[in-house]
Design a protein around this ligand. Structure first.
Ligand code: AMP
Length: 147
C-alpha cells in the first residue's frame, strides 16, 4: 500500500532538491577529455562511474574505471602508457539512466534497481544532478518510519 503510494507519487520539488546531488557537486568528464584525465577524476572522487556531459551540460552517457582499464588491458599487464592515446568518447557508454525532474518516484525506484545513480534533467535536457540509489532508499526509509 505504502509502496503503491510511493510508486504513483510525484517526487515533490522539495524532495528532489533535498535528495539530488546538484550538478555543481557531481564529478563528471566530457567526451573529448583524454582517458588519463577521466581516470584521475574517477580515482580522486572514489566513484566507480561518473556522468559524461557535453559543453552545454547535457548528459551524453557515463564512463567507469572498468571500461577505462579494459581499454588498456594488454596480454600480460595493464598498459598505463596507452592511456593518453584514447579519449572518453572511445570507451564511454551512452546507456545512462535518466529522468526528468517532474517524473514519478516509481520511475526513479525502477531505474535504481539496476543503476547506482540516475541523471536528472530539466525539460530542455539540461543536466540538473543525480539521484543515487542510496538517496532513493533513504527516502523510502523516511516514508516507512512515518507509518
Ligand atoms: P553512493 O550512493 O554515494 O555510493 O553513489 C552511488 C554512485 O553514484 C557512485 O558510485 C557514483 O557512480 C555516483 N555518484 C555519487 N555521488 C557522486 C558525485 N558527487 N559525483 C559523481 N558521481 C557520483
Amino acid at each position: 500500500m505504502l509502496l503503491q503510494t510511493l510508486k504513483n507519487s510525484q517526487i515533490t520539488d522539495n524532495e528532489i532538491s533535498e535528495l539530488m546531488i546538484s550538478q555543481e557537486k557531481v564529478a563528471h568528464v566530457q567526451s573529448n577529455n583524454p582517458l588519463d584525465h577521466a581516470l584521475l577524476v574517477l580515482i580522486k572522487s572514489g566513484y566507480t562511474s561518473i556522468p559524461v556531459l557535453d559543453k552545454q551540460y547535457k548528459v551524453q552517457g557515463q564512463v567507469g574505471k572498468a571500461q577505462i582499464l579494459d581499454s588498456i588491458l594488454g596480454m600480460e599487464r595493464i598498459e598505463m602508457e596507452r592511456l593518453h592515446e584514447y579519449f572518453v568518447s572511445d570507451v564511454m557508454t551512452e546507456k545512462v539512466p535518466r529522468m526528468k525532474k517532474d517524473e514519478t518516484f516509481g520511475k526513479a525506484l525502477m531505474l535504481s534497481i539496476n543503476h547506482p545513480f540516475v541523471c536528472i534533467e530539466d525539460n530542455d535536457g539540461a543536466f540538473l544532478g543525480i539521484m543515487t540509489r542510496r538517496s532513493i532508499l533513504a527516502l523510502i526509509h523516511r516514508h516507512l518510519e512515518k507509518i
